[in-house]
Structures are given as structure tokens and as C-alpha cells.
Design a protein around this ligand. Structure first.
Ligand SMILES: C[S@@+](CC[C@H](N)C(=O)[O-])C[C@H]1O[C@@H](n2cnc3c(N)ncnc32)[C@H](O)[C@@H]1O
Length: 268
């Protein structure tokens, strides 16, 4: 099969499967199957693909048609300008979470806060970004052993100063710290059912929290008091009203869609 024919096949099948990003995705599938860059794909239309490359391409095409996330296919996701390795062990970092990182960086700078903890670190995206950009050591925890193994890989690839702790919640935290940040699971089981098929490939434990999705957020607000000066939490699009009823809320930050997205609590 020539690249030209593979591209044509991917474009028409992804479009027929209602994948909105079918143009980009078709090129990405070929780049991945051939381990080549976009320029090669676009300038070598008559390249005759090897059997193994064709097989790999067809396998990826089938996966994508079933809405397997493109980030799991490329095994990478950009976050705050850094390239993170991702696979099914972790949630794919979202652009909304950059608002939380931006706010944490401002507080680190203005309050010269140095002791920072990230709870539910997943791929390590928040902790690693903060460590690199603020030039500090960050402690990061997760309940998932698999997620931490992947986060360590990212830490080593990006040479960040992050120590990972396998733990349920923040019980492990002994001394008071300056800032606790978290993008916790915040989806309810019923909301989960309505999410797009792509999301269903991500770890359920990274998404669902209790009956109404606020279980982990409530836990953090309660447990962080006395353990930190600032608590920054990302929350769901429908949880703004709940968040605004909580004590010690200093401010709420909206995302680029104008939706309340990050809560900043100040305890001292
Ligand atoms: C929404 S994901 C966030 C991942 C990453 N920080 C990000 O922003 O993309 C939530 C993370 O919290 C972890 N988690 C879920 N329950 C937890 C618990 N009880 N204690 C610690 N971590 C937990 C999950 O394993 C998952 O990695």
C-alpha cells in the first residue's frame, strides 16, 4: 500500500466514523505507523509501505475509528509546553489544567512558597511543570501504582525534581506545606455515562468520585485545612455553585470557555 492510498483510506473511514479531527488524525496514524514526521508523509505519497507498517497502520486506524484517544496512539501529550509520555495508565492532561498551574506559579512567586504538594498526580504533568518552572522540589502522590510508574518516567525524561508517594489521599502529609494543588477525580457515575467514547478509554479511577462527583473535592477541602496555606483544586463544569458555598474560598478562575474551573482556598 502506498502512503497516498493509506491516507485516502484513513480520511474516508475516519470521516465516516464521525471523527471530527479526521484530517489531522489520518496524518498522525501514518506518522506513528511509519515512525516518520509529517513532512515525510506529505512529500512521499508514492512511498510503498512495508508489510509491518501496513499492519500497524490498519490496527491504529481500527482503534481510532473506535475512538481510542489519539494521545494514547502517539503516547504523548503536550502540557504547558512540555511533552509528556501518556498511556492507558493515566488521564490525558487537559488544557484546562494549565489554569491551575498558572495560578500556582503566581502564588509560588508572590508568596515565595516553596513547599508544594500535588495530589492525584497521574502523568505527573502538574508536579513536573511546577518543579521545572518554579525551580522547586515538588512532592506528588497518587493512589495508582501504575500512574506513579509512568509519572516517574516523565520526571526522568524531563529531569524534574519531584518525589512521588503512593498513597490514598493526603494522610502521608506530615508537616504543613505552602500549597496543595490537585486535579482530582470529579465526575459522577451518571455524568460518566454521558461522556464521549474517547474518555471511556481513560482510567475510571481518575475520573469518577462518589455519587455526585464531589467526594474527593470535599475530602480535600476538609483535610487540607491546617495542612497548607493555599489549596488549589480543579473542578467540573457543573460544580461552581457547590464550590462557591465552601468556606475559605479566595477566588474562582474561569477556563477559556468562561466556565468556573479552578478554586483557590486560603487557610491562613
Ligand atoms: C483527574 S486525574 C488527574 C491527573 C493529573 N494530575 C492531570 O491533571 O492530568 C486524578 C488522579 O487522581 C488519582 N486518585 C484517585 N483517587 C485518589 C485517591 N484517593 N488518592 C490519591 N490519588 C487518587 C487518580 O489515580 C488520577 O491519577
Amino acid at each position: 500500500m502506498k502512503i497516498r492510498d493509506a491516507l485516502k483510506k484513513a480520511l474516508s473511514e475516519l470521516k465516516a466514523a464521525n471523527i471530527g479531527s479526521y484530517g489531522n488524525d489520518a496524518v498522525i496514524l501514518l506518522k506513528t505507523a511509519l515512525s516518520k514526521d509529517e513532512v515525510f508523509i506529505l512529500t512521499h505519497q508514492d512511498y510503498e509501505m512495508e508489510q509491518a507498517e501496513v499492519e500497524q497502520f490498519l490496527e491504529l486506524l481500527e482503534k481510532r475509528k473506535e475512538r481510542y484517544p489519539i494521545a494514547y496512539i502517539t503516547k504523548s501529550k503536550e502540557f504547558f509546553g512540555f511533552n509528556f509520555y501518556v498511556d492507558e495508565r493515566v488521564l490525558i492532561p487537559r488544557p484546562e489544567t494549565e489554569f491551575l498551574v498558572e495560578e500556582a506559579l503566581k502564588i509560588i512567586d508572590s508568596a515565595s512558597a516553596k513547599r508544594v504538594v500535588d495530589v492525584g498526580t497521574g502523568s505527573g504533568n502538574i508536579a513536573i511543570t511546577l518543579s521545572k518552572l518554579a525551580n522547586i522540589k515538588v512532592f506528588a502522590s497518587d493512589i495508582s501504582h501504575d500512574a506513579l510508574a509512568l509519572a516517574k518516567l516523565n520526571r526522568d525524561r524531563l529531569t524534574a525534581d519531584v518525589e512521588f508517594i503512593l498513597s490514598n489521599g493526603i494522610d502521608w502529609l506530615g508537616k504543613k506545606v505552602d500549597i496543595i494543588v490537585s486535579n482530582p477525580p470529579y465526575v459522577s457515575p451518571s455524568e460518566y455515562e454521558s461522556l464521549s467514547e474517547d474518555v471511556k478509554f481513560e482510567p475510571k479511577g481518575a475520573l469518577i468520585a462518589g455519587e455526585d462527583g464531589t467526594k474527593f473535592i470535599q475530602y480535600l477541602i476538609k483535610e487540607a485545612r491546617g495542612r497548607c496555606n493555599y489549596l488549589l483544586i480543579e473542578f467540573g463544569y457543573s460544580q461552581g455553585e457547590f464550590i462557591k458555598k465552601q468556606a475559605n474560598l479566595e477566588k474562582v478562575i474561569k477556563d477559556f470557555s468562561g466556565i468556573d474551573r479552578v478554586a483557590v482556598f486560603k487557610f491562613s
